[in-house]
Design a protein around this ligand. Structure first.
Ligand code: COI
Length: 354
């Protein structure tokens, strides 16, 4: 793929690396590529980051044909920059686009676009501990029309922002509320995709949880509201009696890159990982019986997030005395060690940008 480059007149001022938070400061450039029916993907370019002109009748604003991804570029101690399993994000976006009837962006072009954009933005990749450059690819319909149909025009864009921890609490345990009324996904729906609509539908649950003093929502399966599935911005894993439990990838749960990496590490260390349906009532009982040893969320933005408290209806359990568990800490140290190039990458997950 040939990528044109349009230089910016004036570069932006970079934020203080010690106060980045998440997703606040966009870099100088973005990657853009257009798709039109009969023409396919064309005009790949890296241009100054800025507003995207859009008709008020742009189909995305009405019918939400939109998908996105999230990955990171990491600054190693030797100054080099590396990516973590970008092909998995590219492939997942293809699956999301296929479900939403949107054209699939080729995997090799996705990885090339990410690599070239990060190369242009290398001065934006922070070096403070636990900071990285978050990369947000997204795709949406651009056709101006109010009929509900597969659009004839789309854009694929990549923006980037330097980030610190996703949660203000850092690696301190979060409190999670199990949502027993609203649902996030049902089989045959879009639960396995990263589409904006999934997140729009989750915000009411998040607001409810926050009103009760909780940080995030744990969603149950949409059909029976019995089995634990996923947290708002992460997959979730439970350590019960020394074994790990997490929801299976059967169409309702996001196939997380961090989830897959954690499962690989856990199995490599000899843990039994059960990708199975776990009833929330069994989970709470394990908590009360002292068998629920650790709970943690996994995701690109959050990395790994220990859970210190779970609430289901009026039942509340504290996990590991509301402290970060030993295994959670080991997973965090190992994964971030590989991502920042401090530990050997025996699975070949990272790739240097040169
Ligand atoms: C990610 O972990 O990259 C995500 O996309 C989660 C999110 C911030 C919605």
């Amino acid at each position: 793929m040939e990528i044109k480059f349009e230089k910016r007149e004036q570069l932006k001022e970079k934020p203080d690396q010690k106060n980045l938070a998440f997703g606040k400061y966009m870099t100088d450039y973005m990657f853009v590529c257009d798709w039109h029916e009969g023409q396919g993907w064309h005009d790949a370019r890296i241009v100054p980051e800025g507003p995207i002109p859009m008709e008020p009748s742009c189909m995305t604003l009405h019918y939400a044909q939109e998908t996105f991804e999230g990955l990171k570029a990491y600054r190693r101690d030797d100054g080099k920059i590396q990516l973590f399993r970008p092909e998995m994000n590219a492939k997942r976006m293809q699956n999301s686009n296929a479900r939403l009837c949107m054209p699939e962006f080729p995997v090799e072009d996705f990885v090339q676009a990410v690599r070239e954009l990060v190369k242009v933005e290398q001065d934006w990749v922070p070096s403070e501990p636990n900071t990285s450059l978050y990369i947000r690819p997204f795709c949406f319909a651009t056709e101006a029309s109010l009929g509900v149909h597969q659009a004839v025009a789309y854009k694929f864009i990549i923006i980037c922002c330097p980030v610190g921890a996703y949660y203000a609490t850092g690696l301190n345990p979060v409190k999670i509320m199990v949502e027993d009324e609203l649902v996030r996904a049902v089989r045959g729906g879009t639960g396995f995709t990263k589409c904006g609509g999934n997140y729009a539908a989750s915000i009411l649950g998040q607001v409810k949880a926050e009103k009760l003093g909780y940080d995030q929502v744990l969603w149950l399966d949409g059909e029976t509201r019995t089995y634990v599935e996923e947290v708002g911005s992460m997959n979730i894993m439970f350590k019960i009696d020394g074994e790990i439990y997490t929801a299976p990838i059967e169409g309702t749960v996001l196939p997380g890159v961090t989830r897959d990496s954690m499962i690989t590490l856990l199995r490599d260390w000899g843990y039994k990982v059960n990708e199975t349906h776990l009833a929330v009532t069994d989970l709470m009982k394990a908590g009360h019986d002292g068998r629920l040893e650790e709970v943690f969320g996994t995701g690109t933005a959050a990395v790994i997030s220990p859970v210190g408290e779970l609430r289901y209806k009026d039942d509340v359990v504290a996990i590991n005395d509301e402290k970060t568990g030993e295994l959670t800490q080991k997973l965090y140290d190992t994964l971030t060690g590989i991502q920042w190039g401090k530990l050997e990458d025996k699975f070949g997950w990272t790739q240097v940008i040169d």
